[in-house]
Write a new protein. Sequence first.
Length: 335
Amino acid sequence: MIRKLFVTFATVAALAASATGAAAAADQPRPRLKAAATVTGDIVRIGDLVSHAGIIANVPIFRSPDLGTTGVVPAAEVVAAVRAHALIGLDTGDVQDVLVTRASRTIAPQDIEAPVTQALSTRYALGKPKDLTLSFDNDVPPVQVEPTVTAEPRVTRITYNPRTSRFDAVVAIPSRRALRLTGHVTAMQEIVTLVRSVSRGDTIKQDDVVMTRRPRRETPTDVITNRANVVGLAARYTLQPGQPLRDAELMKPELVHRHEIVTLIYNVPGIRLTMRGRANESGAQGDVIGVLNEQAKRVVHGVVVGPGQVVIGGGTQVAATNTGVQTTGALGQAR
């Protein structure tokens, strides 16, 4: 009698436990196949492709696609792969294929080229990195690395031939194989060039010039590299657009032209005399030129102090100061 009662109690307990488990299972969300997934690492796990996979979520079933790429897995293959792990009631819905993307961080070509440029600049004194232009024998490809990798590419070896301007570099890529890069390097220089033709004596304006990058080996040593040193000056002779500007090609604008009628100014203490004269030569501000005094019919020399104005005599200093020019005397050169 006691034995029979024990068996009855055991049976009731088993049935109760089964009912409790079934009720708990009924409360759990049903496993569902995903239409797309993004994974990290080399392995695709059940939980990557199936939501609510439970205790088997971390079980590996496939290899991941390459870094930064997307692969397609038929839904039937996923079902077959999880069947061996007793996943019950997988809902595939209307999913026919699962898109699996391998997460990555892209190292752009310019981020691979930058350390090569820096190494050439530093080790071979070729100029600032911004002034170097690299021409690679083959296109530098973007490289995909794990998204957790934060290290940047670095040059582990580099050689440079100054005669041919060729370089040969090995760049270490974090978590990937090193790249060998070869090509030419050109040291560039920013110079001032004209955008239009400028005739002799014409004053160069701000809009007449632009900064242009040219290979340093092709530019004259006296080429002008600052546009501020050009604007406001005049051409000594006709200059063509696109050509590098040099100091010897420019001059101060002429304020007096040859054969031009000018005002001769005589300054003595307490007296200022003016009369007409004809310039024997052209001159810029501060230049000493000869002027024919038409009254006296003789040539005098004075300092150009403004458009059509030449100061003669000991009062040059005063007159020049009033016009913004300082000279050393009647025949002195402007400073």
